[in-house]
Design a protein around this ligand. Structure first.
Ligand code: NAD
Length: 265
């Protein structure tokens, strides 16, 4: 089969381990010929991700980058410029909120955590988009990861839901800003997946079960499912698509209530 990203160079932010959504997308991109650069948040993660990166072969870049630090961001994009000179796509798979506030009620969010959640989970994508677009000379594609909690209230998602709503709005504004240069900006709204970040959300196992039972496909999605859709959005297959929030959630967001007869035993 044809390789959809042959000759393309992409930056992936947000790899923590082999369960990360970033890894599902990176694997699909790598299988389709992309050359990849990864950033990781801190040295604690390096031990986990180095063996993963090693499976991708030579030419893969690996850089430390805390998205809240301008100096880290400057260094990351300087390295990309010096090493590659140009960039074709970006995968932004980064979010954070204080675990203590991913349970209970939204009204109890503190100012400090509100601002930190917005900084890491929303502003970082805008910052990356600005810096990455400066290296995109021949069009490009950027994707970020969002969740249904942006559109509807989900238990315990709280300030992260508010942040994802802002992230989805950012996708539309960035798509408008960058469209004239042939740079597309989209989001994938993934169904719940058991990852490091997700385990911080209160009652996450219950949310997984609920989605499994109440989605048309009657199953949860995998990082490989998200990887397939990510590949489509990063490649020319989606050349007419921008500003979009694409749901990879077994159809959960389309359902008000399933007919009992369609629910398997
Ligand atoms: P994950 O824990 O594997 O990834 C989250 C990543 O964010 C980690 O690599 C972490 O290092 C990084 N990060 C956090 N703060 C950072 C900072 N200051 N600087 C740099 N990196 C930082 O979990 P995941 O579920 O793969 O999360 C990836 C994205 O997918 C997130 O945006 C998350 O909200 C989104 N998402 C997850 C689910 C789910 O159920 N897992 C569903 C929909 C959307």
């Amino acid at each position: 089969p044809t390789k959809l990203l042959e000759g393309k160079k992409g930056l992936v932010l947000g790899l923590a381990n082999d369960r990360s959504i970033a890894w599902g997308i990176a694997k699909a991109a790598h299988d389709h010929g992309a050359q990849l650069a990864f950033t990781y948040q801190g040295d604690a993660l390096l031990k986990r991700i180095k063996p993963l990166i090693d499976t991708l072969g030579d030419g893969t870049l690996l850089m430390p980058c805390d998205v809240t630090r301008d100096a880290d961001m400057d260094a990351t994009f300087q390295t990309l410029k010096d090493t590659w000179g140009s960039l074709d796509f970006v995968v932004h798979s980064v979010a954070f909120s204080d675990k203590e506030q991913l349970k209970g009620h939204y009204k109890d969010t503190t100012r400090e955590n509100f601002l930190q959640t917005m900084d890491i989970s929303v502003f970082s994508f805008t910052d990356v988009a600005k810096r990455a677009s400066a290296l995109m000379n021949d069009g490009g594609s950027m994707i970020t990861l969002t969740y249904y909690g942006a559109e509807r209230v989900m238990p315990h998602y709280n300030v992260m839901g508010v942040a994802k709503a802002a992230l989805e709005a950012s996708v539309r504004y960035l798509a408008a800003d960058l469209g004239a240069r042939g740079i597309r900006v989209n989001a994938i709204s993934a169904g719940p997946i058991k990852t490091l970040a997700a385990m911080g959300i209160g009652d996450f196992r219950y949310i997984l079960k609920w989605n499994e039972f109440n989605s048309p496909l009657q199953r949860n999605v995998s990082i490989e499912d998200v990887g397939g859709s990510g590949l489509y959005l990063l490649s020319d297959l989606s050349r007419g698509v921008t500003g979009e929030v694409h749901h990879v959630d077994s159809g959960y967001h389309t359902v008000g209530m399933l007919n009992m007869e369609s629910v398997s035993e």
